[in-house]
Design a protein around this ligand. Structure first.
Ligand code: ATP
Length: 430
């Protein structure tokens, strides 16, 4: 089994990620996050929010709608331009996106392709009882536009000084037709995006480089090895029409070097388009009385690719175990509590007491199945950083053993110091 197969299998077996609509044979490019995957995803989300919203003074967080006025997508250019060309192999009938092909022959069987057919990446729906042109709405294909259309609101409510950013985490939907590598390419996925507004006279190159550094720091903080990352600048022809500079943050996945995140200097394109289409003044007025439409730098982070990279980077096979060396903040459970044996009531009772007292403060799990060795194995595989075992000595002196996932070393700690001990280890940023 290659690494991807191992990760996919572990994700399904241990409840991180299940194939979408599994009992109906699956729905291509959709996935459901199980209990542990949901925790991991929420932890990534919270760390991102902490780093880019709470720890900064210049970024405001919002949560805009998935359904926006259809005119938003006309103004943004998505209705006209969010298209891809689909080709199908005449022999094996596999479908590909023309822009992702390296040759004119089918990569799966060498067959010829059909003529290209344009298709929209937008998911359409209808608002109200009639399904016609006037009731069309789109599921947002990116979170960014909800930010642009709230620019005026944020300026009016908070009077921020430039440069400042607006951040958002939420679902985006894209009508992807090519098969993804596990969660790499999905029909629906979360994005974590920031629009960082700057003055048109600002040194945008410098701000752009700073954001590139911030994205790198975030990834190193998640535990990603620097040598797996590439920062690739788009060439003239590849760049979107609104962008003056785009850098793809790429990662060396088991299936090749591909995009992980994007960073783009979108100029004043979006605000200018929305001003023209809505008729609302989206100029920014400085304290000195200067008026202009701000420019914007956009770091865009995709959740599923972050999730995948975190798993790929933390998966280790050792002689006797598989261990997910997740950063403790990201781990679905921080602590697992066990009674040494499962047939001694006083041990179980004490272990349950400790479990319940920690549970109101931390994500904790309880396990009394099998022997201790099996339980350690099971927790290592899902990345639980610490295991607490209640044994006979606990009943005498109220101490327990705490076993560290990475070193496998054990130490004895008083029960009443446990919470503080774990909280100290979890304090601070990633
Ligand atoms: P790709 O070239 O891989 O299709 P993109 O350039 O269209 O990606 P962007 O529009 O820049 O992607 O979106 C920003 C980020 O959102 C990407 O860097 C990626 O992390 C994430 N993303 C985009 N499309 C998907 C998808 N279909 N599934 C999962 N994540 C996605």
């Amino acid at each position: 089994m290659d690494l991807m197969e191992k990760i996919v299998s572990l994700c399904k077996r241990r409840g991180f990620v299940y194939p979408g609509s599994d009992i109906y044979g699956g729905l291509a490019n959709t996935w459901d996050y199980g209990p542990l995957g949901t925790e991991l995803k929420n932890n990534i989300r919270d760390c991102w929010w902490k780093k880019f919203v709470h720890e900064r003074e210049d970024i405001y967080g919002i949560d805009g709608g998935i359904l926006l006025h259809p005119k938003v997508w006309e103004a943004s250019g998505h209705v006209a331009n969010f298209n891809d060309t689909l080709v199908e192999c005449k022999q094996c009938h596999h479908r590909f996106r023309l822009d992702q092909l390296e040759s004119k022959k089918c990569p799966d069987c060498g067959g010829e392709f059909t003529e290209g057919k344009k298709f929209s990446g937008l998911f359409k729906t209808f608002i109200g009882p009639t399904e016609d042109k006037t009731s069309v709405a789109y599921l947002r294909p990116e979170t960014a536009q909800a930010i642009f259309i709230n620019f005026r609101n944020i300026v009016d409510s908070f009077h921020p000084k430039l440069p400042f950013g607006i951040a958002q985490i939420g679902k985006a939907f894209r009508n992807e037709i090519t098969a993804g590598n596990f969660i790499f390419r999905d029909l629906e996925f979360e994005q974590m995006e920031i629009e960082y507004f700057i003055s048109p006279d600002a040194d945008w190159q410098k701000i752009f480089t700073n954001w590139q550094e911030e994205m790198k720091k975030w990834l190193l903080g998640l535990g990603v090895e620097e040598k797996k990352l590439r920062f690739r600048e788009h060439g003239e022809n590849e760049r979107s029409h609104y962008s003056k500079k785009t850098v793809d943050v790429e990662y060396d996945y088991p299936f090749g070097i591909k995009e992980l995140y994007g960073l783009a200097y979108r100029t004043d394109y979006d605000l200018r388009q929305h001003q023209a289409a809505s008729g609302v003044d989206l100029n920014y007025l400085t304290e000195e009385g200067k008026k202009f439409i701000p420019h914007v730098i956009e770091p865009s982070f995709g959740m599923p690719r972050t999730f995948l990279v975190v798993l790929l980077e933390s998966y280790f096979e050792e002689e006797k175990r598989v261990v997910l060396r997740l950063k403790p903040k990201l781990a679905p459970y921080k602590v697992a509590v066990f009674p040494l044996v499962a047939n001694r009531q006083e041990l179980i009772k004490k272990a349950r007491e400790i479990f319940l007292s920690l549970k109101s403060e931390l994500a904790v799990t309880f396990d009394d199945r099998g022997n201790i060795g099996k339980r350690y194995y099971s927790q290592d595989e899902i990345g639980t950083p610490w295991c607490v075992t209640v044994d006979y000595q606990t009943l005498e002196d109220d101490t327990v053993t705490v076993r560290d996932r990475d070193t496998t070393k054990q130490e004895r700690l008083p029960v009443d110091k446990l919470l503080e001990y774990f909280q100290n280890l979890l304090r601070g940023s990633l």
